[in-house]
Design a protein around this ligand. Structure first.
Ligand SMILES: Nc1ncnc2c1ncn2[C@@H]1O[C@H](COP(=O)(O)OP(=O)(O)OP(=O)(O)O)[C@@H](O)[C@H]1O
Length: 601
């Protein structure tokens, strides 16, 4: 059994309480530095390691907040340091400015794919570094000296034990809040950003908004770190906030464990302590001074990354048998949880999907030419055809991934041309993928629960403060119900990546069912399955059909299709060449010629 994180908290808090009483002033100061770095690095872990967005701009955000604080409280600037509530004013101003710049940068780059975000953050880091150095009233490259110490609650915080408690209190609080967030509905969406954006959008996640939330949280952590920095160092200059420093934050996250929150603490500690020690030891060892620590430091990082690609924390967590993201909340059973509300059920035989004369061209190639099809409630329809016939194109047009050039796609009587996958998910259209799109490190239960994303409502603050208990309990209970419905009820706590392919495909169906769909779109659901797995899948689809779900599937496996579906549509060269019950289609001469040549009648 994985040992609970909570059992770590008490010893950890006791340790932190005792440390300032037993270590030297010098090491308290070093630990304060580590804590401030850890706060900003937590942002990098969340942004880069967990959500998959690379940023070199974290140091610039720290600097922006530190400079804002300095500009308000230093004697050489606005000199508000002695004013009542000055630290709170500085904190509010630092955070507000950091968040404002993050918002603008995020609006400019987060919608774009590829390297725009990393490049944007490099440009932002360079620009801010130059700006800090050129503003004369902020001391140019010499910086702003003589900041007053932090005074709050009638206490003065220097760089000693009190500041230590404040900084490490902030670090622990940030870890708890982010951990809570990651275990929530929004957290599952955040964790899906790295490698699962297309899937997340199809499950109703607002990908851009989720990215923006992560970007702002990372900037807020940097802002808090910058405020603490200004009061701890009592001097700010551009040096620690350039692009090089931005790279250092990434190093810290990588070294500690880019995917884990504790990695931020371990990485910061490793980098700060290594620097301290190397600066002392190397000149003594080599007999003369120089910047050798950078070289040794670089080599050490390469070595650690080679030995533990997941970072130091992953190695430690494995050894101590700790879970990477704390404890998953398990669903309650029975009547304790009120089921989620369901959308109005379609009437028996109601027309769910109606594709009318749809054409899609790619340059000169017509991938779909005046294709029509319909699927009613309680019906399974298959689209088949040889490679390149246009099945995937049709699937994309129906699922909102692509838009037809001509014709209409109607879902429950409403035209849905050009609607995004997210909008379609909200209307009750849910899908699986040709190449399974699961989050392999997340549990089966969490993967399924992503499908119920639109049926929960709690946001960032409720999730971070664990005020989403009821919402979350209902979502997880629904995920469990769907997993039991498809026969995966015994595997809730396993990671999705540890399931066999057949089970993974079934899990995708459970995830789609969590959205309470009227129409299930299945993209080659039998691909790669063994005979028994296909039988189990067919059984499940028959059960869903009997419950009134409409199913449209694209499939290559003839045996699977012919024994299961109500109607078959055969495509060739982007057109429908036949339609009918499986036994009719199998006898159709055009189909035999085009596609089923080898299949016995
Ligand atoms: N984005 C695109 N740009 C250009 N051509 C495309 C694009 N998508 C599909 N095509 C072309 O459209 C035709 C139909 O492709 P499609 O993938 O829809 O066929 P398919 O029936 O799904 O094939 P398969 O069974 O191999 O997946 C092919 O000739 C393909 O090369």
């Amino acid at each position: 059994m994985a040992r609970s994180f909570s059992r770590m908290w008490l010893p950890l808090i006791l340790l932190l309480l005792v440390i300032p009483l037993v270590v030297s002033t010098f090491y308290i100061s070093v630990l304060n530095n580590i804590g401030m770095f850890a706060l900003a690095t937590l942002g990098v872990v969340l942004l880069t390691g967990i959500a998959g967005m690379t940023s070199f701009g974290q140091a610039a955000f720290v600097g922006l907040s530190a400079y804002t604080t300095a500009a308000l409280i230093a004697p050489s600037t606005l000199n508000l340091g002695a004013m009542m509530g000055a630290p709170w004013l500085a904190l509010a101003a630092g955070l507000a400015l950091t968040l404002l710049f993050a918002l603008v940068l995020g609006l400019l780059t987060l919608r774009l794919q590829g390297h725009y975000l990393p490049l944007g953050t490099i440009a932002w880091g360079m620009a801010l570094y130059s700006l800090f150095g050129t503003i004369e009233s902020l001391g140019g490259h010499s910086g702003v000296p003589d900041l007053p110490p932090l005074r709050i609650f009638g206490l003065t915080f220097g760089d000693g034990p009190r500041m230590f408690y404040l900084i490490w209190g902030c670090v622990l609080l940030a870890i708890v809040l982010i951990r809570n967030l990651l275990e929530s509905r929004l957290g599952r969406a955040i964790r899906a950003l790295r490698g699962g954006q297309e899937m997340a959008a199809s499950m109703g996640v607002d990908v851009f908004r989720t990215k923006m939330i992560v970007f702002l949280i990372a900037a807020a952590l940097a802002g808090l770190s910058g405020w603490l920095y200004a009061y701890t160092q009592r001097f700010v200059s551009p040096g620690p906030f350039g692009v090089q420093a931005g790279i250092d934050y990434l190093f810290m996250a990588l070294l500690g464990g880019i995917g884990s929150l504790w990695g931020a603490v371990i990485g910061s500690a490793a980098v700060v302590l290594m620097r301290e020690w190397l600066q002392d030891w190397l000149p003594a060892l080599l007999g003369h001074g120089g910047n050798y620590e950078s070289i040794v430091f670089g080599l050490l990082i390469v070595l650690v990354m080679h030995r533990w690609p997941g970072g130091i924390w992953q190695g430690v967590a494995r050894r101590l048998k700790l879970r990477q993201h704390g404890h998953m909340r398990l669903p309650q059973t029975g009547a304790a949880v009120e089921p989620l509300p369901r959308r109005p059920r379609p009437k028996p035989r109601e027309r769910i999907l109606d594709v009318r004369d749809v054409t899609r061209r790619f340059g000169g190639l017509v991938a779909n030419r005046q294709m029509s099809l319909r699927v009613d409630a309680g019906e399974i329809v298959a689209v088949i055809g040889p490679n390149g016939a246009g099945k995937s194109t049709l699937f994309n047009l129906v699922s909102g991934v692509d838009v037809p050039d001509e014709g209409d796609v109607l879902f429950r009587g409403h035209r849905i041309n050009g609607r995004t996958p997210r909008e379609l998910a909200a209307r009750g259209l849910s899908r699986t993928f040709q190449h399974v799109k699961l989050l392999p490190e997340m549990t089966v239960l969490e993967n399924a629960a992503i499908g119920a994303h639109l049926r929960g409502h709690k946001g960032v603050f409720a999730s971070a403060l664990h005020l989403d208990g009821e919402d979350e309990a209902r979502l997880l209970a629904e995920a469990r119900r769907q997993l039991e419905r498809v026969g995966l009820g015994e595997h809730l706590e396993r990671t999705a990546g540890s399931l066999a392919l057949g089970q993974q495909r079934i899990l995708e169906i459970a995830r789609a069912l969590c959205a309470d769909p009227c129409l299930l779109l299945l993209d080659e659901p039998a691909a790669g399955l063994r005979h028994k797995e296909k039988q189990a899948l067919a059984e499940l689809l028959r059960k869903l059909r009997s419950e009134g779900v409409a199913v449209l599937l694209v499939e290559h496996d003839m045996d699977f299709v012919m024994g299961l579906v109500d109607r078959v549509i055969v495509m060739e060269f982007g057109q429908r060449i036949a339609e009918g019950r499986p036994e009719e289609v199998q006898r159709d001469p055009a189909v035999l010629k085009a596609y089923l040549g080898g299949v016995e009648e």
